[in-house]
Design a protein around this ligand. Structure first.
Ligand code: CA
Length: 233
């Protein structure tokens, strides 16, 4: 079955370009022009990914993100944000709200398709995690089960996005070894683009917040990247 993507965007030209390129890549596409229509759409459909423009009429992309993340049945749908260059600050805030990735306008359709595919692969990998390394991981108070996509700290459930889960899993699997931002981008996000190191930083920060007191197991290695502490075993 083809993956299905919902595009939430009010600019017809962008909708045309994005939907054309995704369909060429074998992705089914639905399009709506504003956040309220998107929420209505989601009552009866479940896309594998939402491409969300930041600047929308009515509720904007950030508010939409916030609303979606409050809905238990929809908050795990990956979100890729579309932003314009001037919206630097907002786009970081967007990531804080749980978007999995972002693309800055003007973007290359080819890059956008590659990144959509990377997110879909990641989400798919999580839903059928048996394909990779299915063994449970634990370190100190943190336990993670790739098969059930379940993580906890001291027995208390963690609510992680697909990206955060994969990030934590990767760091734990490579315990004691420094992971550069580029390596993490490659393994977790499935692509390697210069200049996206900050995406890694933002997600690590959010992961640490969710880990609470266990956050110190994820160490920053200045100028290089991140390392999960070996003595956390
Ligand atoms: Ca717009």
């Amino acid at each position: 079955m083809s993956p299905r993507v919902l595009i939430v965007e009010d600019e017809p030209d962008i909708v045309d370009v994005v939907s054309y390129n995704l369909r060429q890549a074998g992705v089914d596409v639905d399009c709506v022009g504003d956040g309220n229509s998107a929420l209505k759409h989601l009552e009866t459909h479940r896309p594998d990914l939402i491409i969300l423009d930041l600047m929308l009429p009515g509720i904007d992309g950030l508010e939409f993100c916030r609303l979606l993340k409050q809905r238990p049945e929809q908050r795990d749908i990956p979100i890729m944000m579309l932003t314009a260059k001037a919206e630097e600050v907002d786009r970081i805030v967007g990531l804080e709200l749980g978007a999995d990735d972002y693309v800055t306008k003007p973007f290359s359709p080819r890059e956008l398709v590659l990144r959509v595919k990377a997110i879909l692969r990641r989400a798919d990998g999580l839903s059928q995690a048996g394909a990779g390394n299915p063994s449970r991981l634990s370190a100190g108070p943190i336990a993670l089960d790739p098969q059930s996509h379940h993580a906890s700290v001291d027995g208390a459930d963690l609510t992680l996005t697909a990206t955060e889960f994969k990030l934590l899993q990767t760091l734990m699997e490579r315990r004691g070894r420094v992971q550069s931002r580029e390596e993490l981008l490659n393994v977790v996000w499935g692509y390697q683009y210069a200049g996206y190191g900050r995406t890694v930083d933002t997600h690590v920060r959010r992961l640490r917040e969710k880990l609470g007191t266990a956050h110190e197991l994820v160490e920053t290695v200045r100028g290089v990247g991140y390392r999960f502490r070996r003595d956390g075993a």
